[in-house]
Design a protein around this ligand. Structure first.
Ligand code: DGY
Length: 328
């Protein structure tokens, strides 16, 4: 039987490629940059399997380019870059990479929370500029973390991990999610609240929901106005969950105290004026960027793709309906 033809849209950690190469003919985008739209469509043409990234838009046109596709493995836990309904209609199974980046992303949310609250980057800039004149009681005064109220928007895997890591800081935890989290309630005494209560009561809100039509611009001017002026907003999920231009206004006007962002509405761009503000910490979408997470994501995406190419259900299939329809 001929070996399946697989395309990997960007270099990923080697163990993932090596795993694929055991059973497939693998071609990898040789350049460490995202493919242009035309390059993507050209390169996926005629493939049996594709391993893509969150920066690749996989829509009807992309599926048209590879009509024989037997599986699409996303190298990310979020898969808003893929038109899953379209894939399901065409009988194409899709997988993602949950679990292996849960702690890394939750830790990044904490890194941003601390950096924003304690003004770490702002004072680092002053130090590097040689502008520090010595200790002063009114300098770089920030938010208290211990004993504060932590609000979790989206209590899935990463939101739960973020909340559980608050244990050492004696925080009161609130969460907003459709689904009740017995774990958070039992282990932390966390309280499930309405969205408006999360906004009004939290000192820190950390966003962990997926991006979809219900969560796009979940945070904007109206929501910032309901938050405490001393509150901080942390986002390690997806940029478009926040209306970024309105966040700039809120940070400028003091509607909220600060923000820590790892993701942006129009990556890799940031909203006008955002980068000039001192009360925001900006990371470069590095939530999963630890050595083990990125390697395990590669292994997971590769194993999922191999399963799909064998006609088996991928362990991390996000559209299992394709199997029920008997299309695969
Ligand atoms: C994801 O997995 O969705 C992150 O955004 C990148 O690792």
């Amino acid at each position: 039987m001929p070996r399946p033809r697989v395309y990997v849209t960007r270099r990923i950690p080697r163990p993932g490629i090596d795993l694929l190469a055991k059973t497939c003919d693998v071609e990898v985008n040789p350049d460490d940059r995202p493919l242009s739209r035309e390059e993507l469509l050209d390169n996926i043409a005629g493939r049996d399997g594709v391993l893509c990234l969150l920066t690749d838009r996989m829509d009807a046109r992309a599926f048209d380019a590879c009509p024989g596709l037997k599986g699409l493995a996303n190298y990310a836990v979020g898969y808003d870059n893929i038109d899953v309904a379209e894939a399901t209609k065409r009988g194409v199974p899709i997988s993602n990479t949950p679990d292996v980046l849960t702690d890394a992303t939750a830790e990044m949310a904490w890194a941003l929370l601390f950096a924003a609250a304690r003004r770490v980057v702002e004072s680092d800039r002053v130090m590097r500029a040689g502008a520090w004149k010595g200790w002063g009681p009114l300098q770089f005064v920030g938010g208290d973390v211990g004993g504060a109220v932590l609000g979790i928007a989206g209590a899935g895997r990463i939101g739960t991990a973020m909340a559980l890591k608050s244990r050492g800081f004696g925080m009161k935890v609130l969460y907003f999610d459709r689904v009740r989290s017995e774990r958070l309630e039992k282990e932390l005494g966390a309280r499930q609240v309405e969205f408006d209560d999360l906004l009004a009561e939290s000192d820190y809100i950390s966003i962990h929901c997926p991006l979809n039509e219900q969560t796009r611009h979940l945070f904007g001017r109206e929501q910032f106005a309901k938050m405490k002026t001393s509150a901080y907003l942390i986002n390690t999920a997806r940029g478009p969950i926040i209306n970024e231009a309105e966040l700039v206004e809120a940070l400028r006007s003091g509607a909220i105290a600060g923000a820590g962002l790892d993701v942006y509405e129009f990556e890799p761009e940031t909203a006008g004026g955002l980068a000039a503000l001192d009360n925001v910490v900006l990371a470069a979408h590095t939530g999963s960027a630890t050595r083990s997470s990125r390697t395990n994501m590669a292994l997971k995406a590769a194993s999922n793709l191999i399963a799909m190419l064998n006609g088996d259900q991928a362990p991390d299939c996000v559209n299992p309906d394709v199997y029920r329809g008997g299309r695969v």
